[in-house]
Write a protein that binds this ligand. Structure first.
Ligand SMILES: C[S@@+](CC[C@H](N)C(=O)[O-])C[C@H]1O[C@@H](n2cnc3c(N)ncnc32)[C@H](O)[C@@H]1O
Length: 329
């Protein structure tokens, strides 16, 4: 008997179906228009996702990547709070609902879910896609503008993925404060760029100031050791490329790596990783070089050699973003 489809599988199938009946040229043109809009000056005064063609393009082209990034952040978060699962979820600036799928894929089960966004076409398409997954069928898709007047109902988990980028500094602050005021746990994901990292670090500080404990990716809630402007903390999630991706971007690679920055924090006690691999490990003959963010607020390069026995084997399997040492070492 086949294993039941995971939410990730169901989402992939549902997104592939969106393009059925849409001539490939038209789909590619919609994506190109969307990319051009996103290149324009953000924040904007009005939604970028204006009509169905925009949101179908967004969902088919970007949602697999935003889903993968949020899923990866949630995996790290759930490792730090192994006994916890959210009893409710609000996704702010949720668009077509990528984070609702990632939450469902992480914890399973059914919970009240609300998606807030100001773009009606995105909410409508999100609802349509969610019909494919019983656990998301009762999701509330609610029109809401992020700003000083934003209210978020009390819930266990608030997610904010790829949204801070589209907001003014004061709206970003209002959103993080509203999330901190409403939730037991907040997970924020941004693009893995220097600017995305800067927005995450600013939000992280607001959460800490509001009494939250950082659960991931950092091993502590103290200041980030990265000197602003010299580097940026980010990770990568592997995403299969669809034929639409190949058409828009050219090339024949079967996958690409979505780079993202994130912070996951909770009001309740958390058990963050003792340290985390913050760059792609370098494997040399008989040794592995790991760049680790450590509990004492430093990033250090550690060399693990054959002499370390099982730890060396674990280092060879370690991936960028993993906790170190692995939980069972
Ligand atoms: C890049 S999309 C991300 C969507 C989704 N969170 C994801 O990860 O795929 C940004 C979303 O933020 C929403 N947004 C931007 N500014 C907003 C505002 N001021 N109020 C409400 N929603 C906003 C947009 O409509 C859009 O759906």
């Amino acid at each position: 008997m086949n294993a039941p489809a995971t939410p990730a599988d169901t989402l992939r199938t549902a997104l592939a179906g969106l393009l059925d009946g849409l001539p490939p040229r038209q789909a590619a043109q919609a994506v190109e228009r969307l990319i051009a809009n996103y290149r324009g000056a953000t924040p904007t005064d009005a939604p970028i996702l204006r009509d169905r063609a925009d949101v179908v393009a967004y969902a088919a082209y970007r949602m697999p990547a935003t889903f993968a990034a949020v899923r990866s952040a949630l995996a790290a978060f759930s490792d730090a709070v192994p006994e916890w699962a959210p009893a409710g979820h609000v996704d702010v600036g949720g668009g077509t609902g990528a984070a609702t799928w990632a939450v469902s894929d992480t914890w399973g089960g059914v919970r009240p879910v609300t998606v807030l966004d100001w773009a009606e076409p995105a909410l409508a398409l999100g609802k349509e896609i969610a019909a494919a997954h019983p656990a998301l069928r009762d999701t509330r898709w609610q029109r809401s503008r992020i700003g000083a007047a934003l209210t978020v109902d009390d819930t266990d988990l608030v997610t904010v993925s790829y949204v801070l980028n589209e907001l003014t500094p004061s709206d970003r602050a209002a959103l993080v404060d509203a999330a901190a005021g409403a939730a037991q746990a907040v997970v924020i994901v941004e693009a893995g760029t220097p600017d995305g990292y800067a927005r995450v670090i600013e939000a992280r500080q607001r959460l800490v100031d509001a009494g939250f404990h950082v659960a991931a990716p950092c091993p502590h809630s103290a200041a980030c050791p990265i000197v602003p402007g010299t580097d940026w903390c980010h990770f990568a999630a592997r995403v299969s490329r669809s034929s639409l991706h190949r058409q828009v971007k050219g090339g024949s690679l079967a996958y690409e790596d979505e780079k993202f920055s994130y912070v996951a924090a909770a009001r309740f006690p958390v058990a963050p990783a003792p340290s985390r691999v913050v760059r792609r490990p370098q494997i040399r003959k008989g040794q592995v070089l790991l760049d680790l963010c450590e509990t004492d607020e430093q990033i250090r390069r550690r060399t693990v050699t054959k002499r370390h026995g099982d730890l060396y084997k674990a280092a060879r399997d370690a991936d960028w973003g993993d906790p170190w040492p692995p939980a069972d070492e």
